[in-house]
Design a protein around this ligand. Structure first.
Ligand SMILES: [Ca+2]
Ligand SMILES: [Ca+2]
Ligand SMILES: [Ca+2]
Length: 166
């Protein structure tokens, strides 16, 4: 998979209603939906962190500030720099919502709930988990999770990240 294909996959996942743009409302619904699906209360401090992180990502993506992100805008923006500046915090905040015991790692059940919460197909959660749990210890740690997504966005070629997003 090349990077433009990888970006297309992510864009399609974020364009929940499929109208060809990621609206601000659509994007900011993501942490709210994840919080509900992961059993977090609206006033949970981790939910506030996730909201703020997603607002920063949206402002960064929406280059012309019209409240919508087109694929052209997204494709020009996405990459290593955007990941390190804003995406890492947003993705990490969602990881933390799923990490119910707060140990910095997701076990299989936590990982599966996170994927479902984010609208990834549940059917391949098992293979994605196995790809990320390289040493078979039964957990995926935060850095490994974020590194796999970064590789997917920047190279489009990480087998474990492809499993994560397919
Ligand atoms: Ca949309
Ligand atoms: Ca825009
Ligand atoms: Ca955990």
């Amino acid at each position: 998979m090349d990077t433009i294909t990888a970006k297309g996959h992510i864009f399609a996942m974020l364009d929940v209603d499929g109208d060809g743009v990621i609206s601000r409302r659509e994007y900011l619904a993501r942490p709210e939906r994840a919080a509900v699906a992961l059993g977090r209360r609206a006033q949970d401090p981790l939910v506030a962190v996730a909201r703020t992180a997603h607002e920063r990502v949206f402002a960064s993506m929406d280059a012309n500030g019209d409240g919508e992100v087109s694929f052209e805008e997204y494709a020009a923006w996405a990459g290593a720099e955007a990941f390190d500046e804003v995406c890492r915090q947003a993705l990490g905040s969602l990881f933390d919502l799923a990490d119910t015991d707060g140990d910095g790692a997701l076990d299989r059940a936590e990982f599966t709930r996170l994927r479902e919460a984010l609208g990834n197909p549940a059917g391949n959660a098992g293979s994605a988990f196995d790809a990320l749990d390289a040493d078979g210890a039964g957990h995926v740690d935060r850095d490994a999770y974020l590194a796999s997504i970064r590789t997917f966005v920047t190279d489009g070629a990480s087998p474990m990240a492809e499993a994560l997003h397919r």
